[in-house]
Design a binder for this molecule. Sequence first.
Ligand code: NAD
Length: 476
Amino acid sequence: MISESDYAMLIGGARAGSADGTCAVVNPATGEAIAHVPDCSQAQLDEAVAAARAAFPAWSALLPEDRRVKLLAFAEAILAQEAPLARLLTQEQGKPLHEAEREVMGCAGWLKGVCALDLPDEVNEDSETRLSVTRRVPLGVVGAIVPWNFPLLLAMFKIGPALVTGNTMVLKPSPFTPLTTLRIAELSRGILPDGVLNVVCGEDRLGPLITAHPGIDKISFTGSTATGRRVMAASADTLKRVTLELGGNDAAIVLPDADVERIAPELFWAAFRNNGQICIATKRLYVHRSVYPRLKEALVAYAKTVRLGDGTEQGVGLGPLNNKPQFDRVRELIEDSRAQGYDVLFEAAGDVPDKGYFVPVTIIDNPPETARIVQEEQFGPVLPLLVYDDIEDAVARANASEYGLGCSIWGSDECAAAGIAARIQSGTVWINETQHLSPLASFGGWKQSGLGTEGGREGLVEYTVPRTIVLKRAEA
Ligand code: NAD
């Protein structure tokens, strides 16, 4: 057990311990508590918001290049702690160590990438009579709320663009995964000015305190669509800006000319990386009837090679689910598929650890389109494999979802695949790969998958307000 005093919140540049009790953090591979963290009180949240407000004038007045120097130093400080951070991430989140390393590197890399972006002034008019220029200026204090599937990367999706544009922040990690976020907050001390980045943690009740707080100007939220709706409603009273990155039910479409044996491992990881606990995981796999039997065989053959276990052990490809509610939900969805009599094509055999939240990889063979496992976001290691005959039908089924986050198209004819991609209603469509995100490209959801974007120039714009200055020139 790591002692409570190892983990403190960061408020105004100082460590802040518990005032209102603590929350236990459980290692999902064992089901046992590994640490306790402070449960932020209303007074501590008020302090954090006040610290962010106090830091805003000086931070926003810095030249963008001066802010970048500090943020790049923060990225280097994270990289220097890559190994301990990755180990801690595996302990609190469950993902295998190599995936945790990838996330830590990705978090620092994302910050560096954001620092390469710029929001130049726009000259609207430069005539004899008038000069009109629009500059994007920071909003003030951003409240950032993050889920448990990629605690560090998704926190950085918010920290990077908010801070580089001159905002300050109060950030809340998920109660299931606060540890690595508290660690990187600690690393920011002495690099970022006090109060620029504040990190508070606590149970779910802390989220509504943040969305209701009158001292916060914008909410940047990543999480489920159900919570996103609550966040938007709660933000209305104080007219906060919101960016919502929400759930998804991404389809992948495998065309008849796809090299299915070659892509089977990629499709496996598209669906099962991080146990399917990825907003842009492939959650429905539509396969043309002509290649369906071959793909089934290749997918099952590959699935048999992947080991389930504690993510800290060598050779483990899949760890546990992150938490008990998600473990129960995914098992209930699998049970529902069995109870409905759908064919289970594959269920990983072998040793399933008897402690912790382990669920073996499960593939359901061509359930009806109306099945819960097709219609709902499973966010777990169970995938429906679905047959189609006509590409029109596959596109219609891919689009027939309340979600519209991502989609992928797999085939040898790139032009044909691009034509199909152009008809998909989702924020991102990948061709012959999936889940590639870049700090230089905008990423966001369509329909119930979200509002606004993260990444790219548009992602920076979300943290600013346009201020237009119009000068009437003196007459000659
Ligand atoms: P969640 O909605 O339960 O929680 C997300 C965060 O919101 C947590 O920090 C939680 O404490 C907080 N929260 C809970 N109730 C709140 C409230 N009423 N007001 C404000 N904050 C509140 O989501 P989760 O289970 O942590 O994450 C899984 C979901 O997140 C999935 O649906 C997944 O698709 C989605 N997700 C989306 C993206 C994306 O970029 N679109 C990325 C990752 C995850």
